[in-house]
Write a protein that binds this ligand. Sequence first.
Ligand code: PLP
Length: 461
Amino acid sequence: METTKYQLPENEIPSAYYNIAADLPEPLAPVIHPATKQPIGPDDLAPLFPMSLIQQEVSTEREIEIPEPVRDAYRLYRPTPLIRALRLERALDTPAKIYFKHEGVSPAGSHKPNTAIAQAFYNKQAGVKRLSTETGAGQWGSALALAGSMFGLEISVYMVKASFTQKPYRKSMMETWGASVLASPSDRTNAGRKVLAEMPDSPGSLGIAISEAVEEAATRDDTNYALGSVLNHVLLHQTVIGLETKKQLELAGDAPDIMIACVGGGSNFGGFAFPFIADKIHGKSSTRFIAVEPEAAPSLTRGEYTYDFGDTAMSTPLMKMHTLGHDFIPEPIHAGGLRYHGMAPLICHLYDLGLMEAVAVHQKPVFEAAVLFARTEGILPAPESSHAIRVAIDEALKCKESGESKTIVFDLSGHGHFDLSAYDAYNANALTDTEFNPQASKAALEKTPRLKSAPQMGIMM
Ligand SMILES: *Cc1c(COP(=O)(O)O)cnc(C)c1O
């Protein structure tokens, strides 16, 4: 019998995060204050984040030690398995080898607890009592609710109203872990009340929910804000995925030719790929890295690389990123975790430097791939993760044509047990694919602030 599961012992949970800022051939563009148009400093972020996380945000140290209580919490589900998808390979009749890293084994069902646990720990250490956050489909809110219960923090979640009504079970999960959950737009914040006044039955959006959560943290002394993707420190925490994958591929005696992950804000891709991209930067590998985005929100492949806000109410600092415009509202696809107008600045920078590639895919072929994966490997994947599966299958089919035996590794960012209505829609042949509307994005992009001169490169502290 062939081995298909590569499992590391508990004591091989990484002891340090890998910080790709140490290896970038060119530094990242600074984050800009929207009023002063100058790079922001730590004081600008202090109302929202503890100093330890602000330092990580700008650090260029290659290794950042993982605190023991965080490693201890990771032990609940880490190390996660790396699995050879032999049955999928056979079904495709491909000479390629396909592996996947299974982040769906965490209690919340996705990779998101990797950073939620770290953020809860650093906030607790700084004496913070409450964290506010937003959630779209509910995965990030669940992860933070779990982390809050582990470290004794109150968690306040603004959940996009459309999901709040359509996906009640994520809410049940968050409340069971002790979080309080409000539908966004809510009447608790100025940002929410403003939207409700203009549009009383607004279904909400991630951008609006971020505005509400940021406002709560900025106006309450006992409350900080937590973000589940996009920021440097979030991608940093996720590198436990790639660091483990490296060891596991060594166990398997294999090296990746192609690595694939889906991208919403970029955190599972970054965490999975960065430790391997380091080798590529240093000329030690020629692995291809492919980020897969939905055709409904194709920020890397169709967006503009410019400074933009992270939220709709324009309350965040300006980040240089591939963006569709901060008030662009993506089509309501089932992969809610990928419906974001922007992208992590680190991912955009690597893409711009030609160190990685990106493709956009429609949701119907994504669900076809998800169902084939479920029927061969047994795991019901999250719609987000199924974007990576689609492209892994496409690359394996190319190997079948060319006869090449490449090693393809993808990140399975989560399971789809809360996405069964999406599977119902697919099974009933009721899924539709709409074409991306470049005009809508162009109109939204006209509202991005145009900085007259490129701000000076540099570190902000
Ligand atoms: C949130 C989420 C994503 C998208 O977020 P990234 O920051 O791009 O990783 C992808 N997959 C799952 C399962 C998620 O929960």
